[in-house]
Design a protein around this ligand. Structure first.
Ligand code: NAD
Length: 337
């Protein structure tokens, strides 16, 4: 509220339901008088040779210059000769950590009432390094790359996050009993960083046991940090604990403090263009972006308006069992501000 010049942030409305839910964010931000000026970028339909992707160099430069952005879902184009848009963003902007807060929405009943978890996923290597090949007919090989540099970086981010967000515990999730070298190195790096944060409890949990514990009692965990593939799976498991894809936000953290927030879900082609999408996940992602910018009052105000609208139960989209349109639900949030 003390900011007078607007902060510029990049906005990729994205594909499918993206433009509809991005509209919702723009409406809510303008109703809350958030001092953000959006720099909108669309994904083109020709390949920019400088990025080898439908994402232009100018779009990437916009995120680099602004340091913050919000992205809607991007459909992965089918065919050869260009890279996946999400992969391009991740690689080009070096988005090394994906942070997914996962908490129960008051008034929206699921199996558990007080879920409050943060998963932090290493986002650049591991099982998703893209190094797969056929050795001989009938035998293929996939390389899981774990580096000291990337592991230390994500561990450092996780502990720093825990400390600055009043969290008490960091659990490193692994399978080092089998993946001794790769997950072993990941754990070693987490341990090294843990030593610098004596006020945070550190533990190591084998991934299979972690899954069992999460579904039995999510309150056993606080902040979870893990290699790429485990993070992909565990964060969806956590999303399921609180009501699904329409609700779960995320934020990608990159080199030099870049923050690119996005919903966890995809472009939902089955409901695109029908005014049916739940904008909550993208709105809550935008809230994480505001917190990153330390616009905490605005973040709190918007988050409360969203939570109150959902809790009241009068306006809910179909995925939450209601019959409201995206625009009616958005209007209800604006009315709660
Ligand atoms: P999806 O998340 O788009 O959809 C899965 C199901 O969830 C669908 O039934 C959809 O209607 C529903 N859903 C998702 N978001 C919703 C919302 N906000 N409100 C209400 N319902 C919602 O997953 P998919 O169908 O596997 O993927 C579709 C496309 O999205 C693919 O091209 C995929 O590559 C892409 N994708 C992109 C991202 C990203 O940009 N980060 C993530 C996942 C998938």
């Amino acid at each position: 509220s003390s900011v007078s010049t607007p902060i510029r942030a990049t906005l990729f409305p994205g594909d499918g339901i993206g433009p509809e839910i991005a509209d919702s964010v723009k409406q809510v931000f303008s109703a809350a008088e958030v001092p953000i000026e959006w720099e909108e970028h669309y994904v083109g339909d020709t390949i920019d040779p400088r990025t080898q992707s439908f994402l232009t160099w100018e779009s990437l430069e916009s995120v680099r210059r602004n340091g913050v952005g919000l992205k809607g879902p991007m459909a992965t184009p089918i065919g050869k000769g260009h890279r996946s848009l999400n992969l391009t963003l991740r690689k080009e902007l070096n988005l090394y950590a994906n942070v997914r807060p996962c908490y129960s929405l008051p008034g929206y009943k699921t199996r558990y009432d007080n879920v409050d978890l943060i998963t932090i996923r290493e986002n650049t290597e591991g099982e998703y390094s893209g190094l797969e090949h056929q050795v001989v007919r009938g035998v293929v090989e996939s390389l899981k790359i774990i580096t000291r540099q990337a592991s230390l970086r994500v561990a450092e981010y996780a502990f720093h996050y825990a400390k600055t967000h009043g969290r008490e515990r960091v659990s490193a999730i692994h399978k080092a009993n089998i993946m001794q070298k790769t997950d072993g190195l990941f754990l070693k790096c987490c341990r090294e960083v843990a030593e610098k944060y004596p006020e945070i409890t550190y533990e190591e949990v084998v991934i299979d046991n972690c899954c069992m514990m999460l579904v039995k009692n999510p309150a056993l965990f606080d902040v979870l940090v893990m290699p790429n593939l485990y993070g992909d799976i565990i964060s969806d498991l956590c999303a399921g604990l609180v009501g699904g894809l329409g609700l779960t936000p995320s934020c990608n953290i990159g080199e030099g403090g870049i923050a690119l927030a996005e919903a966890v879900h995809g472009s939902a082609p089955d409901i695109a263009g029908k005014n049916l999408a739940n904008p909550t996940a993208l709105l809550l992602s935008a809230v994480t972006m505001l917190r990153h910018l330390e616009l905490n009052d605005k973040a709190e105000q918007i988050q409360n308006a969203i939570l109150n609208t959902v809790a009241e139960g009068k306006y809910r989209t179909a995925d939450l069992g209601g019959s409201s349109s995206t625009s009616d639900f958005t209007k209800a949030i604006c009315d709660h501000l």
